[in-house]
Design a binder for this molecule. Structure first.
Ligand SMILES: NC(=O)c1ccc[n+]([C@@H]2O[C@H](COP(=O)([O-])OP(=O)(O)OC[C@H]3O[C@@H](n4cnc5c(N)ncnc54)[C@H](OP(=O)(O)O)[C@@H]3O)[C@@H](O)[C@H]2O)c1
Length: 285
């Protein structure tokens, strides 16, 4: 089994350290607040006085600034830093240069599960950066999740991660609006779950509701057929849904923003096209 140093012991990093330990790796830990390492040291991890200890440094912190704050002026000669923290793709590219300037190599990542999912079937993480370096450590990183390599550009892992989170946050926020609306008429949230499941599943399917695939194909082709369900019709329908939320006395910031986007695409003269035409407005703010 290999040696790995876990830097950052928030809910994610602590679970990663536990998972590496459970997989039989030799785990060293470092965290700004040292006391968070105590339970891990009790389970067999070693505490490091410096985060720059060992060859493979896996980082899980709030942002890339935290890595700069943690490493300070330390040299990173021969070290591989695998950073699974959130930031902008551009911040990750700059961090790759920063690490290289200190003699190390940065592999960037975005892990797609919360702490309870780490190391469990179905967990995966996007990785980008130099593939041979990732390949060298893939068997260790596989303890956390499936390793999904998305390209050499160090910003890509975060772009994929954020692409997934945009879908996650916006759809779940709309789901909360949906539950809240029904609740005002006395419908229990659990009564709505089977219908919401139908929608979530359908969107990813190959059937007539399979809009994940349909919109991707339309975007690639640059053609947005709207004969059967025009954007104009949907902008009107969305207006009705916003009014329904207002009538029910609920908050409407997100649905209003959606409506503004739909209305802009309509006002730009594409109301006769399908919903997919909204991407044109997104591409050209
Ligand atoms: N939680 C999730 O469900 C989840 C899922 C996927 C990805 N992520 C990503 O995983 C990363 C870690 O998330 P998290 O939930 O574990 O908690 P978090 O609150 O994002 O990060 C906590 C960690 O960051 C450290 N930190 C913050 N500022 C620092 C600084 N200036 N210098 C050094 N260390 C600093 C904290 O150290 P102290 O202990 O000293 O405060 C702690 O170790 C984030 O980037 C998050 O976006 C989270």
């Amino acid at each position: 089994m290999s040696e790995v140093t876990m830097i950052g012991l928030g809910p994610m990093g602590a679970t990663m350290a536990e998972t590496f330990l459970a997989a039989g790796h030799d785990v060293t830990v470092w965290n700004r607040t040292a006391s968070k390492a105590d339970p891990l040291v009790a389970r067999g991890a070693k505490w490091a006085d410096s985060p720059v200890t060992g060859e493979l440094l896996v980082v899980s912190q709030i942002s890339y600034q935290a890595m700069y704050d943690s490493f300070g002026d330390a040299r990173l000669d021969g070290k591989v830093v695998v950073n699974l923290s959130s930031d902008t793709p551009q911040a990750l590219r700059e961090a790759a240069e920063w690490v290289a300037g200190r003699g190390g190599t940065l592999v960037t990542g975005g892990i797609m599960v919360p702490p309870p999912g780490i190391g469990k079937p179905g967990a995966y993480a996007f990785y980008s950066g130099p593939k041979p370096i990732l390949d060298r450590h893939a068997s260790t990183l596989e303890a956390l999740s499936e390793v999904t390599y998305v390209g050499h550009d160090q910003g890509l892992a975060m772009m994929y991660y954020q692409a997934q989170l945009l879908v996650f946050w916006s759809s779940l926020t709309s789901y909360m609006h949906a539950m809240a609306l029904l609740r005002t008429a006395g419908v229990a949230p659990s009564e709505f779950v089977p219908f919401a499941r139908e929608t979530f599943t359908g969107l990813g399917s190959d059937g007539p509701m399979g809009f994940a695939k349909i919109l991707a194909e339309e975007f690639e082709a640059g053609v947005y057929p709207g004969e059967l369900n025009s954007l104009h019709m949907q902008a009107e329908g969305l207006g009705h849904a916003v009014a329904a939320l207002e009538d029910a006395g609920l908050e409407t910031t997100v649905p209003q923003a959606l409506r503004r986007l739909f209305q802009r695409a309509d006002a730009e003269g594409r109301g006769h096209e399908g919903l997919g035409t909204v991407i044109k407005s997104i591409m050209k703010p």
